[in-house]
Ligand binder design. Structure first.
Ligand code: HEM
Ligand code: NFK
Length: 278
């Protein structure tokens, strides 16, 4: 029998866990020493924190989206819906960040803008991963990361993988709808184009909600996510307009003009079109 002097590995682990502090668990040392201002300007702290908070929320969104895509592909719609609800709630949080950032005036921002060099949100790889998961695959985006092979590979994998809408279309096929065969195992590196057979299928789902309850709920969750995503894009564009007007962006784009143009893109086009045809 043990006299209590020798501890098993499990006990050592438990002891560490018991002594572990809040700060250790959350890695706060690293998290809270990562707000390194390049200028002496007071408002640069706001600028950094808003971006970091947004990136943290994007980390959660990606975590949930990827798991949801896998579950949809496995036919576990109800479990996926729970994750997608969390995604859209998180999107509302990121959108509220724009209210805080709007307190930054053009006169304040211009004082540290030059210090940012060519850095730009354009380079946010998590943002691109979210776009990829939602099926928006723009080839110019991959080039940005060519200098970092590991990251480039990770993005390329996400670029080549089916997005959430492809997974939803697989479910339509599985439910017995006649879907254009070109869409099955299509080249996922291309941006999805609206398709008449998919539109017909969604129309049926919305006309017979009781029969297709899971698909109907999934469709509405996708609409939520696209809606909030577009609202994020819109608030970004308006905040940028209010802070830098029509100056060109540090990332080399035309600025507001570019951000307005991106707003034209639709992720799940048929789910919007059926609102008219129903
Ligand atoms: C003062 C605040 C901000 C300004 C003036 C600004 C400006 C811009 C501009 C001009 C672009 C176009 C690319 C370029 O040429 O640089 C851009 C892209 C982008 N920004 Fe911001 N931004 C601001 C805040 C933010 C914040 C808080 C985020 C959150 C992470 C963000 C994320 C992005 C992303 C993801 C893109 C790429 C959008 C796309 O390609 O569709 N930006 N931003
Ligand atoms: N593109 C912005 C700069 C900017 O906003 C930015 C710079 C560095 C890191 C993140 C940024 N945020 C979003 O684009 C500009 O043209 O002023």
């Amino acid at each position: 029998m043990s006299n209590g002097d020798s501890k098993t590995n499990e006990n050592v682990h438990t002891d560490f866990k018991e002594r572990m502090t809040y700060g250790e668990y959350l890695n706060l040392d690293r998290l809270l020493s990562s707000q390194n201002r390049l200028s002496e300007h007071h408002d640069e702290m706001l600028f950094i924190v808003i971006h970091q908070v947004s990136e943290l929320w994007m980390k959660l969104i990606l975590h949930e989206l990827r798991a949801a895509i896998d579950l949809i592909r496995e036919g576990e719609i109800q479990e996926a819906l729970k994750m997608l609800s969390r995604v859209s709630k998180t999107q509302t949080q990121i959108i509220h960040a724009w209210d805080v950032l709007s307190t930054l005036t053009p006169a304040e921002y211009i004082q540290f803008r030059d210090d940012l060099g060519q850095a730009s949100g354009f380079q946010s790889y998590q943002y691109r991963m979210v776009e990829f998961a939602l099926g928006y695959k723009t080839p110019h985006v991959l080039k940005i990361y060519e200098k970092d092979p590991e990251l480039h590979q990770e993005l390329k994998n996400a670029y080549e993988a089916p997005g959430i809408y492809d997974a939803a279309i697989e479910r339509l096929v599985e439910a017995g709808f006649k879907i254009n065969p070109d869409l099955i195992n299509r080249d996922y590196t291309t941006i999805y184009q609206s398709d008449a057979t998919v539109e017909k299928a969604w129309e049926q789902v919305y006309k017979d909600v009781d029969k297709y309850w899971d698909l109907y709920q999934l469709a509405e969750k996708l609409v939520d996510i696209e809606d909030w995503f577009q609202q994020w894009r819109f608030r970004h564009m308006k905040t940028v307009e209010r802070i830098i007007g029509h100056k060109t962006g540090t990332g080399g784009s035309s600025g507001v003009g570019y951000l307005k143009k991106v707003l034209d893109h639709r992720f799940f086009p048929e789910l919007w079109d059926i609102r008219t045809t129903l």
